[in-house]
Design a protein around this ligand. Structure first.
Ligand code: BTN
Length: 222
């Protein structure tokens, strides 16, 4: 796969959005100065982490768009596992080790008819990077968990391979840390507590009160 590695970029997602190739490609930065997170947040992207954007062309039907997120979360969790870090998926777009976030994923899809025409998949994994003080209680790194550094290039190669594996929604459920837990739901201006009981086939989160949360429209916290 065509992979471009930059020493520093504002955001690999923003860069990738301006590029078009004939086939899937990857953009990596050693450091981002304006890393983007979900809901307009920033994503701390100090040197030592992996900041990757994978662009997939025509990955699936529009109705199956959640499978892109599920595949990406599973690929990160599996790759971390291969490097000795036991990670779980926090619906819908984060990967955690214990109660701390190790990876965030931000996906932007464009559609043509019934298909996803282009998917810009941004993945930030805390590998050997320092975390800023305000994140130390809520985020972690592979290095912190292993007591040693992870080879970023080997990790990238394994992750790119895993990003093309086929995963079922059952595998997503099996690796999901939301199910059976109390969560805090953020829905527009409203916040409420609930219990997550399952993930539907289309990726929606099912709550014990009968509510179904649509991926992309709400966020949850433990
Ligand atoms: C989140 O946790 O809210 C999502 C974070 C996504 C971060 C990645 S790092 C690579 C890519 N480039 C960006 O600017 N953001 C994504």
């Amino acid at each position: 796969m065509k992979t471009k590695i930059f020493d520093k970029l504002p955001s690999t997602n923003d860069y990738a959005a301006l590029v078009d190739e004939d086939e899937d490609f990857a953009i990596v930065a050693n450091e981002q100065t304006g890393g983007k997170g979900t809901k307009g947040r920033t994503f701390s992207s100090k040197r030592g982490g992996l900041y990757l954007t994978l662009v997939k062309y025509d990955p699936c039907l529009a109705k199956d768009a959640f499978s892109i997120m599920a595949t990406s979360c599973l690929a990160v969790a599996r790759t971390l596992g291969e490097f000795g870090v036991d990670a779980k998926i926090k619906w819908a777009n984060d990967v955690y080790v214990g109660e701390k976030k190790i990876c965030g994923i931000l996906i932007k899809n464009s559609f043509q008819g019934e298909r996803v025409k282009k998917s810009i998949i941004g993945i930030g994994v805390n590998l050997n990077n320092e975390l800023p003080g305000e994140l130390r209680d809520i985020a972690t790194t592979a290095k912190e968990n292993l007591g040693k550094e992870v080879d970023r290039d080997n990790f990238l190669a394994a992750l790119l391979k895993n990003l093309y594996e086929h995963y079922s929604i059952d595998e997503y459920r099996a690796k999901s840390m939301a199910i059976g837990r109390r969560i805090k739901v953020f829905e527009g201006e409203t916040t409420y507590d609930a219990e997550a009981v399952g993930v539907a086939d289309n990726g929606n989160l099912i709550l014990s009160n009968g509510k179904i949360l649509s991926y992309g429209e709400v966020s949850v916290k433990f």
